[in-house]
Design a protein around this ligand. Structure first.
Ligand code: AMP
Length: 583
């Protein structure tokens, strides 16, 4: 599809005058201005939960609705900033009573329940570290992450606990307490009812001085090799959250905001809880998974004005032959932003046609903690482009030099790796327990993102693909190594190679190539067994959807499986440089 420049009628979008001149915003931006938005703790320091919740509960927004929760079965619960403050105070007191303090890791494994959002704020208040897990993970990814992250407490539900965690308890000796959201009674000293503990807890809690550089969040992300990496974030990241909330999401107090991302992934924490509340905004949380009519109904009934969603969801809406504006009143909606995977140019145009609003793409990753590149509401969009760097962000396209190091590519339209100047407030501060891997991300004063892209003459960035083998499926990051390791545990499997196979709906689907041990023959039955095996161990979110048997997998002479070649063959593309291929 041809790229199209989309000029917007700024009057229709009600764009605020200060957002119109990109060059001016970019040049005049000062982090000090952002800093002045925060109150700071009475005893000193900066704490996410104080700025997101307590500051408003102590001020004029005290009775404003902070959270609207829409349950799967039609239930609705609302929490004001005051109620969020009291409930999160209780959770912080629960943690304190369990002996948890600064730096201790609290894992969560839950669907989008109010308790998850309350607990997150309580964790920040106690200066412990929030480590969210995706509720669709199977036992294996849960175990890997909890062991790596030194989990002390796990907050989960009865059914997730039974299905996925109880069988792992022997392998988690450092796990002290499991808090069950929906249990009425304690099962043991270790497996406790959250409700019971909350009943006993005081709703008053004093947040102790928090250094802006104290660890706040640990999100796991996948690498191309090895097991998942724990990405360390700090309280100071709220500078970026506040700023991107204002410049990209255009949040103002009268807005109603809905971010569809799950807090098991970074968008669901940075923008599904922290950012809207920093701006004192009513935040909609829907527990249910995607359903087109239900989603339009939420946009209409809740009068959502700012909607932050993802390409897979937009493609699902596009697939329907349906004109939402003929059935639903979406007149409150004034901005749609999207993140996580490439947004097809068609999707931007679809938005113009069906919602009377373009879809604004933006780019960031777990490591950057917040949005780095975006299409601002006031700026023209080139459909298919991720937009331009935010104020305070310096981005470039770089290339490896022959004699080592990297060089910035100056000319437009030249492909290379997307790099950022390090040092921003939301940038990760390390990979937990893996200094070496962290150091490797920085070369010649740039942070290398692992994405391939190019820049045009207007400074818009365009995504090409990953520089490595990481798979993005429905916007979720999957490390091929994690998938392969599990398949290799099956008695029939000799070798496994996992790739992202392009898919029109979910971006990429996980496909695994498998060669079998002697004595095993490929069959439809075995293929189904392996798919089931993957699902049971890894969970539906990351298990391979397709499995293909090969007599052997292509490997380099040093024995590494050439996923690149598997992918090229799958897609019928040229095989590229195969000089290292094993004979
Ligand atoms: P994660 O760390 O799971 O948030 O994934 C980050 C990765 O998702 C990036 O490095 C990109 O590969 C991809 N990604 C995020 N946003 C976009 C976007 N707007 N366009 C294309 N790819 C994206």
């Amino acid at each position: 599809m041809k790229r199209k420049r989309i000029e917007k009628r700024l009057e229709d979008l009600k764009v605020r005058p200060h957002l119109i001149d990109y060059e001016k915003i970019y040049k005049e931006f000062q982090w000090e201005e952002v800093a002045s938005q925060f109150e700071g703790l009475p005893g000193g320091g900066l704490n996410i939960a104080h700025e997101a919740i307590d500051r408003h509960a102590n001020g004029v927004l005290v009775h404003k609705t902070a959270l609207v929760w829409l349950g799967e079965d039609g239930q609705r619960r609302e929490f004001t900033f005051m109620q969020m403050k009291q409930e999160s105070n209780k959770f912080a007191n629960v943690l304190r009573s369990l002996g948890l303090s600064k730096g201790d890791r609290v894992f969560t494994l839950s669907t989008r329940l109010p308790e998850l959002y309350i607990a997150a704020m309580g964790v920040f208040k106690n200066r412990s570290v929030l480590c969210p897990l995706f509720s669709q993970f199977g036992p294996e990814p849960i175990l890997q992450r909890m062991v790596r992250g030194d989990a002390k407490v796990l907050l989960t539900t009865k059914s997730l606990f039974e299905k996925k965690v109880r069988p792992l308890l022997d392998q988690l000796p450092q796990l002290e307490v499991v808090l069950l959201i929906d249990a009425q009674e304690d099962e043991s000293e270790k497996v406790r009812s959250l409700a019971r503990l909350m009943q006993k807890a005081s709703d008053v809690f004093e947040i102790l001085p928090t250094d802006p550089e104290d660890m706040s969040l640990l999100h796991f992300t996948s690498g191309t090799t090895g097991m998942p990496k724990g990405v360390v974030h700090v309280h100071k990241a709220i500078y970026m959250h506040w700023m991107s909330g204002r410049y990209v999401l255009d949040l103002y107090p009268e807005d109603i905001y809905w971010c569809t991302a799950d807090p098991g992934w970074v968008t669901g924490t940075s923008y599904g809880m922290i950012t809207p509340w920093l701006h004192g905004i009513t935040n909609i949380v829907s527990e249910a998974e995607f359903d087109a009519q239900q989603w339009y109904k939420i946009l209409q009934d809740e009068k959502v004005s700012i909607w932050y969603t993802a390409p897979t969801a937009i493609r699902r809406l596009m697939r329907l032959d349906f004109d939402p504006l003929k059935t639903y009143d979406l007149s409150s909606l004034r901005l749609v932003q999207s993140v996580g995977e490439p947004l097809n140019p068609e999707a931007v145009i679809w938005g113009m046609e069906k919602l009377k609003l373009p879809i604004h793409d933006n780019w960031w990753q777990t490591e950057t903690g917040g949005i780095m590149i975006a299409n601002l509401i006031s700026q023209p969009i080139w459909s298919g482009s991720m937009g331009r760097p935010l104020p305070g962000v310096e981005a470039a396209i770089v290339q490896k030099k022959e004699n080592g190091g990297i060089a910035e590519i100056i000319g437009p339209y030249k492909e290379g790796e997307l790099a950022l100047k390090p040092g921003g407030p939301s940038m990760f501060r390390g990979y937990l327990h893996d200094e070496e891997r962290y150091e490797k991300c920085f070369v010649d004063g740039w942070y290398l993102t692992g994405d391939l892209a190019y820049k045009d003459e207007e400074g818009y960035f365009w995504f090409i693909g990953r520089a490595d083998d990481i798979i993005k499926t429905s916007g979720h990051m999957v490390g091929p190594f994690e998938v392969e390791s599990i398949l290799m545990e099956h008695p029939s499997v000799a070798e496994a190679g996992a790739i992202g196979k392009p898919d029109p709906m979910v971006g990429q689907l996980v496909k695994a190539f498998v060669s079998l041990k002697e004595g095993f023959e490929p069959s439809e039955e075995l293929r189904r067994e392996l798919i089931g095996f993957g699902r049971k161990k890894l969970g539906v979110a990351i298990a391979p959807k397709e499995i293909e048997f090969l007599p052997s997998l292509p490997k380099t002479r040093s024995g590494k499986i050439m996923r690149r070649l598997l992918k090229a063959r799958e897609m019928g593309l040229p095989e590229g440089d195969i000089s290292t291929l094993e004979a």
